[in-house]
Design a protein around this ligand. Structure first.
Ligand code: 13P
Ligand code: SF4
Length: 331
């Protein structure tokens, strides 16, 4: 079957996993049989990260999707990551194990409203964060991720005004780093906005040697407090290269798995959110993917990520620009 509607017309119902099946062995077997690749974001549950052929941040996932020779890409992440892979590799089947894995940041920026916004600033360069729908990318001049955003902004001629969306926290951070004025869309990630500065300061009092590290989707007061700010890949690299031994990590808690694996003798403390007694902060969209869903979706080649061809062709241009600039910046 080549698309979701063929599956649905055929009366497909997600079947259950047979008892006693070894999911890891089965996934590896099917992957080989179908020439499929599993690519996972750092926020996935650890069992998925451990079975993946490739684990990375949004930029690395896009770069890898553009060059893989696999016939099927199973993107264990959220929908915009699957869409980016499909835009770059339209002839491959791209699977996201649970298509309900959305993103609050992407949802904060509906395509039709963003189009009206963009039309008010026709002489601006439209720069959008990769955490958007394909429709929003199709309205953009350049896409960025948190790994390359500063480099991309600096590559835009000084005299050109910039419109940035949808993340106002990342946008503010980029304005302060680059010194560029930007028109900002008013969007945010609900996971990164809910870290509690108070609780982080308490943790710092209890662990005075710990470095506070944060993702740029966090609010300004937390970013000002942080010893290091960066994308998931940059945070991981910082913890590996640093001589420090303890870190308070203000991003989604899934990244701690790779941090701990890479530096088993260091201590990683998840930063807590405001509204919970739980000590860490999970993205409920990322966590919709499970090992069982990876198995079922790979076995059934369902659900597939589908992007309208007209939208895809338009969205490809700003993504390719981002990949070219990243190459020049050696990212
Ligand atoms: P990274 O590109 O830094 O991995 O960020 C993705 C994301 O969704 C952060 O919330
Ligand atoms: Fe989107 Fe936030 Fe989840 Fe990242 S952590 S996928 S920005 S909702």
């Amino acid at each position: 079957m080549n698309n979701n509607s063929e599956w649905i017309k055929a009366g497909f119902v997600t079947d259950d996993v047979p008892a006693k099946i070894n999911l890891v062995e089965e996934i590896n077997r099917i992957k080989k049989e179908k020439n499929a690749i599993i690519m996972a974001h750092y926020y996935q549950v650890k069992e998925i990260q451990d079975i993946a052929d490739f684990v990375g941040d949004s930029l690395a996932l896009a770069q890898h999707a553009a060059k893989t020779s696999a016939d099927i890409i199973l993107l264990a992440g959220v929908l915009f990551m699957g869409e980016t892979a499909k835009i770059l590799s339209p002839n491959k089947k791209v699977i996201v194990p649970d298509l309900n894995a959305g993103c609050s940041l992407a949802d904060s920026c509906p395509g039709d409203e963003f189009e009206k916004f963009v039309k008010q600033y026709t002489n601006h360069v439209v720069v959008t964060y990769v955490n958007t729908s394909a429709a929003v990318k199709a309205l953009s001049d350049i896409v960025v991720t948190s790994t390359n955003a500063v480099g991309v902004i600096n590559s835009i001629p000084k005299e050109k005004p910039i419109l940035f969306g949808p993340d106002k926290n990342l946008g503010n951070y980029l304005q302060s780093l680059s010194g560029r004025e930007m028109v900002l869309w008013d969007g945010a990630c609900h996971v990164h906005e809910k870290f509690s500065v108070e609780k982080i300061l308490e943790l710092k009092q209890q662990n005075p040697d710990a470095k506070i590290i944060a993702h740029p989707e966090c609010k300004k007061p937390l970013l000002l407090l942080a010893d290091f700010v960066g994308s998931t890949a940059a945070l991981l690299k910082y913890t590996i290269e640093s001589n420090e031994k303890e870190f308070i990590v203000a991003t989604e808690a899934g990244i701690l798995h790779q941090m701990q694996k890479a530096s088993p003798n260091k201590v990683f403390i998840p930063a807590p959110p405001m509204d919970s007694t739980c000590g860490c902060n999970d993205c409920e969209f990322m966590k919709l993917n499970t090992l069982k869903k990876v198995y079922l979706s790979l076995k059934n080649e369902f659900p597939l990520v589908e992007v309208d061809e007209v939208v895809r062709e338009k969205a490809l241009i700003p993504i390719q620009r981002m990949l070219e600039i990243s190459k020049e910046l050696k990212l």
